[in-house]
Design a protein around this ligand. Structure first.
Ligand SMILES: NC(=O)c1ccc[n+]([C@@H]2O[C@H](COP(=O)([O-])OP(=O)(O)OC[C@H]3O[C@@H](n4cnc5c(N)ncnc54)[C@H](OP(=O)(O)O)[C@@H]3O)[C@@H](O)[C@H]2O)c1
Length: 335
């Protein structure tokens, strides 16, 4: 993979697809450590340079996994890899999420621990996972800017925040990218968030481009989901909503077959087609899934293809919101 994109007007150059490592440690049921590391190695070998994680994914597990994968990767691949780390989520020993902490002292504390776990001397892009409603974004971003000044962080990112917060953050320091859900069935960024990002030169790292597997073409109506699986609580994966959403996938499958591509490749290629300032993060945790995702880079969608895709899955076609109600409440981006 040689395709490169630049994150915003001030961010780094990265591979056109990033690897989201969350599912290797949390939220999508069991994962295999050996296969996870092999997947990160295969991604680096294929030219993926952007590895996305969060300190709360498996409460440190994901950063330690990335540490091991980078330590055991060839030096050239390791040197090209960029880490994108989210912080701020507060958890209990049992794993419950209890809020967010964006106070400057907390930001620096989170960063100190992440650097240890990652085994690196800097984090390439650092961002709070959700806005802390009790701390002005200026203070949180200001603290990351001090980490940049000290050489511990290279770039400042944002996650799931709306236009007003993006403007306030960008007034404090250069912002490389906003990480936010964007897919054929999650298009709410298009009206106001994406235009503001473009106006301010803030790139997008898009997550959930397969809607957590729902529009990958591999998800089936009868799939069993374990208790720790996010999808067991996600409204889009329940009952009638799931039936409706998988009907959309069937419509997409017809287009995929005509293109000689898979459903997942069409869904990823569609996000890639939305602008050179958008970098999809694919959540592959196995080498076969990664290979499929990389194949999206070879899929070219012309105007007729895009029209057919939009007809099969019009904006707003999904049944159910993208998060359960209690988690929607944390999304500054949905206000
Ligand atoms: N900022 C935020 O708020 C936020 C929130 C969520 C995620 N993220 C980041 O974004 C990354 C991507 O998100 P995501 O994992 O939800 O995205 P995703 O790519 O929409 O979903 C990943 C899931 O799709 C399934 N899948 C099926 N075919 C696939 C293929 N060819 N390639 C990849 N996955 C395939 C996999 O399930 P199976 O393994 O069961 O096949 C995988 O668990 C995360 O890893 C995380 O780093 C950020």
């Amino acid at each position: 993979m040689t395709a490169i994109r630049t994150l915003g007007s001030t961010g780094p150059q990265v591979s056109a697809l990033g690897l989201g490592c969350m599912g290797m440690s949390a939220l999508y049921g069991e994962s295999d450590r050996t296969e996870s590391i092999a997947t990160i190695h295969a991604a680096l070998d294929a030219g993926i340079t952007l590895l996305d994680t969060g300190d709360f994914y498996g409460m440190g597990h994901n950063e330690l996994l990335i540490n091991e994968a980078l330590r055991t990767a060839p030096a050239a691949a390791r040197e090209q890899a960029l880490t994108s780390v989210k912080f701020g989520a507060l958890r209990t020993v049992e794993g419950a999420f209890t809020g967010y902490d964006g106070r400057p002292a907390a930001v620096k504390n989170f960063a100190a621990y992440s650097l240890q776990r990652l085994g690196t001397d800097h984090i390439d892009i650092y961002r709070i996972a959700r806005l802390d409603p009790d701390v002005p974004i200026e203070e949180t971003v200001g603290a990351i800017a001090e980490l940049v000044e000290a050489g511990h962080v290279r770039h400042i990112g944002l996650s799931e925040v709306g236009p007003e917060t993006i403007r306030r953050a960008a007034a404090v320091a250069p912002i490389s990218d906003l990480q936010i859900e964007y897919s054929l069935i999650s298009r709410s960024i298009e009206d106001t968030i994406l235009p503001v990002c473009r106006e301010l030169g803030v790139g997008i790292t898009a997550y959930g481009v397969l809607s957590r597997g729902l529009i990958s073409g591999h998800f089936t109506r009868d799939r069993e989901l374990g208790p720790g699986d996010f999808r067991a609580m996600s409204p889009r994966f329940q009952g009638e909503n799931l039936r409706h959403n998988l009907d959309l996938v069937d419509a997409l499958r017809k287009i995929a077959e005509q293109k000689g591509a898979s459903v997942a490749q069409i869904a990823i290629a569609w996000v890639l087609s939305r602008g050179a300032d958008i970098v999809p993060l694919v959540g592959a945790r196995r080498r076969d899934r990664l290979a499929e995702a990389l194949g999206a880079l070879d899929v070219t969608l012309d105007a007729a293809d895009l029209a057919a895709i939009e007809e099969a899955v019009p904006a707003g076609a999904a049944a159910g919101p993208r998060y359960p109600e209690n988690q929607m409440a944390h999304l500054d981006s949905e206000r």
